[in-house]
Design a protein around this ligand. Structure first.
Ligand code: HEC
Length: 134
């Protein structure tokens, strides 16, 4: 499990560094504020998961779900089925994490958190090379 956490940390650090570097060159400025809120919530969520603060995990995951549910994603996303699907999955994953945190089941929280993180990374990977889905 330790190794898994190391991978998660590396993924998150890479994601934050990469998107900040690539950000200014990308053509979705209007979504910027929403994305920043999303990133902030995710960071708080990560800290809460690491601290096993399940009640904070639950509330932050719920906030992330609400935020990303009402998200007006960049128009690019509507034209790419893979991106649109990942965008739809994000609030579902956040909901699932919130529910898992509600049960205080540490394993379930870790699994849900990893699933959520995978969703972030997958979408951002597509954004870096926006080719049609295979
Ligand atoms: C469905 C696609 C999608 C998913 C899923 C997604 N993002 Fe993003 N993210 C974007 C887009 C689009 C942008 C805007 C890119 C830009 O402005 O350059 C963005 C921007 C960001 C930024 C940069 C914000 C800034 O200040 O410029 C960060 C950090 C980020 N996302 C983190 C995350 C995290 C963490 C998750 C998972 C909880 C996540 N993203 C899930 C599409 C997604």
């Amino acid at each position: 499990m330790k190794k898994l956490w190391l991978i998660v940390v590396l993924i998150l650090v890479g994601l934050f560094a990469l998107t900040t570097t690539l950000g200014p060159r990308r053509p979705f400025r209007p979504a910027q504020r929403l994305m920043r809120e999303k990133a902030q919530l995710s960071q708080q969520l990560f800290t809460a998961v690491v601290r096993h603060d399940f009640s904070l995990v639950s509330t932050q995951a719920q906030k992330l779900a609400v935020l990303t549910q009402s998200a007006s994603w960049p128009s690019l996303m509507a034209t790419n089925a893979a991106l649109a699907e990942l965008g739809e999955q994000l609030p579902q994953r956040a909901e699932a994490l919130s529910r898992a945190a509600g049960t205080s089941d540490s394993e379930a929280v870790q699994k849900s958190f990893l699933a959520l993180t995978r969703n972030c990374v997958q979408c951002h990977r597509h954004l870096q090379s926006p080719k049609p889905a295979p």
